[in-house]
Write a protein that binds this ligand. Structure first.
Ligand code: FHN
Length: 443
C-alpha cells in the first residue's frame, strides 16, 4: 500500500514537471507557404510614409534637403530631416503638438490605391523618429498625444477591408530616435547593446505585439539596411517568434535583418528603388519612391513619370517580384496632387492591361532589353503576354506559338509565323503612336 502511494506521489511529481515543461507553446518560425500566395499574385502595392516629419516637408529653419552645409545633409529623404538637418530634439519632438491631420480620409486613400490597381497597402506605423500613428499603450510619443488624438490606423484598416486590399505596417524595430535606448544613425555614438536591449524589450517588441493584437496585419515591414546593426540572428528570431505566436498569416520581410534574413522570412525586400535583372529564389518586392523622398517633400520636384513607373512594375512582374510604390501624404492628411495624377494614369493603363500582370507568372524566355514576358492560364487557355516598352518592328519568341496573337488593349490582330523552333511576331509601326507600353496576348 505504501509502495502504491509512493508511485502515485512520484507520478504526481512527474506530471507537474511535464505540465511545466509543456506550458511555453513551441512556435514554428516558418509560416505556411500557402499564406504567401496572395502576395505573389498581388504585384502592386502602396507604401505610405507619414508622420511628424510630414509637417516639415523637407525644410527646416531656412534649409531644404538636400543641404550639404550640414555634414549629413546630402539626402532627399524628408523623413530623415531630424538628424540630417540637425533639428533639435525639443523642436522635433514638439511637433507632436502640431500634428493635426483634419483632412485625413482613409476611404479616399484606399480608393486611390484600389483604382491604381494596387492590391495591398503598407503604412509607417512608426518610422525612425519613434512616433506611433496609433494610440500606443507602450509609449506616449503617439497620435493620442497630438491635437488630433484619434487613432489613424484603425480607420485605414477598415477602409482596406472595405475595398478588399491587404494591409501591413512598416515598423522601425531598430532605429528609434526618440527612445533613449533606441538605435541612432551611424554618425552618432554606437548604442551599447545592453542599452539597445532595454529599448528592444520595453518598446520594440511590445509595440509589434500591439500592432498585431489591435490590427491583425497581413504583413509587417521591418527596416534594417546597414551591415552593422543591433538585430542579431537571436533578436531576429525572437521577433519572428513573437509575430508567429500571434498571427498565422502575417508576412515578414527580409529587412528584419538585412545582413542575415535567414530562412524564415516570407519575402525579400530589395534596396530602395532597386530592380533586379534576374529571378530570385523567394518572393520579393522593390520599395520605390515616386519623388526622390519617401515622406512628402514640398520642394522635391523629381516626380517620376507614370510610364516609367509602369516599366518598373512590368520589369518586376516579369521576374516574379512586386512593386511597392510610395506616396507621402501631406501633414493635413491629403495626398499630393502629382501623386494622384500618376496613380490614376497607372490605374488607367492597368485597367486594360492588368490581365497580363495580376496573377501572372514569369516565363524563362530570354528577351532583348525593354521586352518583358509573363504567362497566365485563362479561359482561352495558356497565354503568353509580351510587353513592348519601345518601338520594335518584330519580336522573336523562342517557342512555337500556334494560336493567335493580338494587342491586349484593342484586340488588333498581330501576324506571327513559326520559323524553325521559334515564333516571329511582326509589329506595325502604328502600334507605337504614343509612348505607353504595348501588351500582346499570344498563344
Ligand atoms: O531609412 C529608411 C527610409 O527612410 C525609408 O523608410 C526606406 C524605405 O525602404 N527604408 C530606409 C532606407 O532604406
Amino acid at each position: 500500500m505504501k509502495r502504491l502511494a509512493a508511485i502515485f506521489i512520484l507520478l504526481g511529481f512527474l506530471c507537474v514537471g511535464c505540465a511545466e515543461k509543456s506550458t511555453p507553446k513551441e512556435v514554428s518560425l516558418k509560416l505556411d507557404p500557402s499564406k504567401v500566395e496572395w502576395f505573389k499574385d498581388a504585384k502592386f502595392g502602396m507604401f505610405m510614409h507619414w508622420g511628424l516629419y510630414s509637417i516639415l516637408e523637407g525644410s527646416y529653419n531656412g534649409h531644404t534637403m538636400p543641404d550639404t552645409t550640414f555634414p549629413q545633409g546630402n539626402t532627399w529623404y524628408a523623413e530623415w530631416i531630424k538628424p540630417r538637418l540637425e533639428v533639435p530634439d525639443d523642436y522635433y519632438n514638439g511637433l507632436i503638438n502640431e500634428f493635426n491631420p483634419v483632412k485625413y480620409d482613409p476611404d479616399s486613400w484606399v480608393k486611390e490605391a484600389k483604382n491604381a490597381g494596387m492590391k495591398y497597402l503598407v503604412i509607417t506605423a512608426k518610422h525612425h523618429d519613434g512616433f506611433a500613428l496609433w494610440d500606443s499603450d507602450v509609449s506616449d510619443f503617439d497620435i493620442a498625444s497630438t491635437p488630433y488624438k484619434k487613432d489613424l490606423l484603425a480607420p485605414l484598416v477598415a477602409a482596406c477591408k472595405k475595398y478588399g486590399l491587404k494591409y501591413g505596417f512598416y515598423y522601425s524595430h531598430w532605429q528609434d530616435w526618440e527612445d533613449p535606448d533606441g538605435a541612432m544613425p551611424y554618425w552618432y555614438p554606437w548604442r551599447p547593446d545592453e542599452d539597445f536591449e532595454k529599448y528592444w524589450q520595453r518598446k520594440s517588441l511590445p509595440q509589434v505585439k500591439e500592432l498585431i493584437e489591435k490590427f491583425d496585419p497581413d504583413l509587417l515591414w521591418f527596416d534594417t539596411w546597414d551591415w552593422e546593426n543591433h538585430i542579431t540572428p537571436e533578436r531576429r528570431d525572437e521577433l519572428i517568434r513573437l509575430v508567429r505566436s500571434l498571427s498565422d498569416k502575417c508576412l515578414i520581410n527580409g529587412r528584419i535583418c538585412y545582413s542575415n534574413p535567414g530562412d524564415n522570412i516570407d519575402f525579400l525586400e530589395m534596396h530602395d528603388n532597386a530592380y533586379p535583372k534576374e529571378m530570385l529564389d523567394k518572393p520579393w518586392q522593390t520599395p520605390a519612391t515616386m519623388q526622390n523622398s519617401w515622406a512628402y517633400h514640398g520642394k522635391d520636384y523629381n516626380w517620376k513619370p507614370a510610364n516609367r513607373m509602369l516599366r518598373y512594375l512590368v520589369n518586376n512582374t516579369s521576374m516574379g517580384g512586386n512593386y511597392l510604390l510610395n506616396v507621402g501624404p501631406k501633414a493635413d492628411g491629403t495626398l499630393p496632387a502629382p501623386a494622384i495624377r500618376r496613380l490614376r494614369e497607372m490605374g488607367a493603363w492597368l485597367d486594360v492591361n492588368g490581365e497580363a500582370v495580376f496573377g501572372s507568372s514569369p516565363t524563362d524566355y530570354k528577351m532583348p532589353e525593354g521586352i518583358y514576358t509573363t504567362q497566365k492560364e485563362t479561359t482561352d487557355g495558356k497565354n503568353l503576354y509580351i510587353f513592348l516598352t519601345s518601338p520594335v518592328s518584330s519580336v522573336t519568341v523562342p517557342a512555337v506559338l500556334s494560336g493567335k496573337c493580338e494587342v491586349l488593349e484593342t484586340g488588333q490582330p498581330i501576324d506571327m509565323s513559326v520559323i524553325g523552333g521559334e515564333t516571329v511576331i511582326t509589329l506595325p509601326e502604328t502600334l507605337f503612336k504614343d509612348d505607353s507600353i504595348v501588351v500582346l496576348r499570344c498563344h
